[in-house]
Design a binder for this molecule. Structure first.
Ligand code: NAP
Length: 331
């Protein structure tokens, strides 16, 4: 499974005593969804560690898509970074990949693989919704189920889950995606407390918009798409209010995958990577009826859009240098 079997054996196998001792200090990291975006950057960042503390197993469901990762890893490919096949939606694929790792030993599991879904709910077929849950929610659960028992036995391990700010706050026309991330948040909140007694830490990252293929995959083709089963008002809101707004938000507030990767080096339990989203969440928790938050989103989406067009660049200018650096630093 690993692209360079001999070097993989060097890290975990039996060449000489000194190598074995070094191997004890090296943390084995398994990351899902490394063909692009955040997963790719986390994998390369760890592989580039100056002290070479990580043996990175960067997984993806389709090895034909490994070129960007291999290019980004450069000389580190087959030294500190190895590529393996893993489809988070398949029990068999997950088992096969984990079983191929020496002693199934994983110190750090990073659940990153995920897909988005936007559009009016009434237009989305149930199997597309299932696919989002199968990937975003059950995909992470499947990996955790497979890796967690060994971590518990060893009384050591770290699990990182890439959730989303939409796992904390629902957003119109992203209902199913948000629901899959809410499910993940609930699952992790329960598990984190249990795992502490086994010295296993669980953290979630809640990024806002990030410039990756994710945005393209989601929004591509939406403008031209027909919506025969949806009423004209909803189509109008989606096409003429939501979509242009979403593109602006990605452009103006979007972070880079590197920003997100850096947060994984020393995460808290919750990690809202973009501080510009803190006020929105504060609003949600400040009003227990929830009405304030729903009204605020309604205004942002439908009535205050022209104001936001002016406001967002100003917001970005005012906060970019100061707040972002202050909150995003891994330390
Ligand atoms: N970008 C954002 O704005 C944003 C914001 C908040 C949270 N997130 C979360 O961040 C994570 C990474 O997304 P990204 O922004 O880096 O997007 P991305 O560039 O599209 O990367 C997603 C990765 O997940 C992989 N993947 C999808 N289905 C899979 C499966 N069944 N098995 C294994 N891998 C699978 C994709 O592989 P293929 O190449 O084979 O499709 C790709 O490598 C996701 O969980 C996403 O929900 C993203």
């Amino acid at each position: 499974m690993f692209s360079d079997e001999s070097r993989f054996c060097w890290i975990t196998g039996s060449k000489c005593r000194e190598d074995r001792e070094n191997a004890m200090l090296i943390k084995v990291v398994l990351i899902t969804g490394c063909s692009s975006g955040i997963g790719l950057r986390i994998a390369v960042m760890l592989a580039e560690d100056e002290k070479q503390r990580y043996h990175v197993i960067a997984t993806m469901r389709d090895l034909k898509r490994k070129d960007n990762l291999v290019k980004a890893a450069g000389d580190l490919y087959s030294k500190t970074l190895f590529v393996a096949e893993l489809d988070v939606c398949s029990d068999e694929s997950v088992k096969q990949c984990i079983n191929s790792i020496k002693d199934r030993h994983i110190d750090i599991l990073s659940n990153n693989a995920g897909i988005g879904l936007v559009g009016p709910v009434e237009s989305i077929p149930m199997d597309e919704m299932n696919n989002v849950f199968e990937t975003n929610f059950y995909g992470s659960v499947r990996l955790i189920k497979e890796v967690m028992p060994d971590m518990k036995n060893r009384r050591a391990g770290r699990i990182i889950v890439i959730s989303s700010v939409m796992g904390l706050q629902g957003v119109a026309f992203n209902e199913v995606y948000a629901a899959s991330k809410f499910a993940l948040e609930g699952f992790c909140e329960g598990l984190a407390a249990q795992l502490l007694s086994f010295n296993v830490t669980l953290s979630m990252l809640e990024p806002g918009p990030v410039h990756t293929e994710f945005e393209l995959k989601m929004i591509q083709g939406m403008k031209e798409k027909e919506w025969p089963s949806v009423d004209p008002d909803t189509v109008n809101y989606f096409r003429n209010f939501y979509l242009p707004g979403a593109v602006d938000i990605f452009e103006i507030l979007g972070q880079t995958p590197d920003h997100i990767a850096k947060v994984t080096s020393n995460p808290h339990f919750h990690n809202l990577t973009n501080p510009l989203y803190s006020p929105i969440l504060a609003l949600k928790y400040a009003d227990e009826t929830g009405c304030l938050s729903v009204q605020a989103f309604y205004c942002m989406l439908f009535t205050l859009r022209p104001l936001m067009n002016v406001g967002m660049p100003v917001l970005k200018y005012l906060t970019f240098g100061f707040m972002r650096k202050w909150r995003i630093s891994p330390n």
